[in-house]
Design a protein around this ligand. Structure first.
Ligand code: SF4
Ligand code: SF4
Length: 186
């Protein structure tokens, strides 16, 4: 792998919001040691960062690893170099989506999509619509196993069937549009 090529992916990541700290990593492994979900990552948090810096673009963007991040921020609080790994992993998710990668062995992108659709439609999350969208786009039969939970939530008024729009939805639309323009979303 040539040096110029090796620089390309790390530069790309460093220019995505959240990826700015990628060059600061000194591979101490604190993020991996702090991560409650690292055991299920295909590559550990510190390995993924090393792979970014080694220009392993396809391997990183097709990996399910960053999709396992729980956003607990333990790594970000403990990182001695202020890399902000949580933000970095979410920037990798954005890049993966932007470039059409479909990670295997994870339904997290489908959950994100359903969440964002709900926000865009009503300005707030409608749990019922979000979960219906998620199951319909992944495994509709899996919803059957959640029927008792859904019934408990519905019967206690914790999950309304109808979604209400927030006030000021037009302003939120402008904020989302601006964000998408900055990120270069389609
Ligand atoms: S804790 Fe920070 S410096 Fe250490 S490996 Fe993780 S990102 Fe790199
Ligand atoms: S924020 Fe994500 S990567 Fe960092 S420790 Fe928590 S789960 Fe692991």
């Amino acid at each position: 792998m040539g040096k110029t090529q090796a620089m390309n992916f790390v530069n790309e990541v460093s220019q995505v919001p959240g990826g700015e700290g990628v060059n600061l990593c000194m591979q101490c492994g604190t993020c991996t040691a702090s991560c409650p979900s690292a055991k299920i990552w295909e590559f550990t948090p510190s390995e993924i960062i090393a792979m970014v810096r080694a220009d392993m673009r396809d391997e990183v963007l097709s990996s399910s690893s960053m999709w396992c991040c729980l956003s607990c921020y333990s790594c970000t609080v403990r990182c001695p170099r202020d890399v902000k790994p949580t933000n970095l992993f979410h920037s990798l998710e954005s890049l993966a989506i932007k470039h059409g990668y479909k990670p295997q062995n994870t339904n997290t992108p489908a959950m994100y999509n359903s969440f964002v659709k709900s926000i865009k439609k009503n300005g707030r999350v409608s749990e019922f619509n979000m979960m219906m969208g998620y199951y319909l786009s992944t495994n509709p039969f899996a919803a059957l196993g959640m029927m008792s939970v859904a019934w408990n939530l519905l019967s206690h008024g914790r999950m309304p069937l109808s979604a209400r729009k927030i006030k000021g939805k037009n302003d939120l639309d402008k904020i989302i549009k601006k964000l998408e323009d900055i990120r270069g979303d389609q």
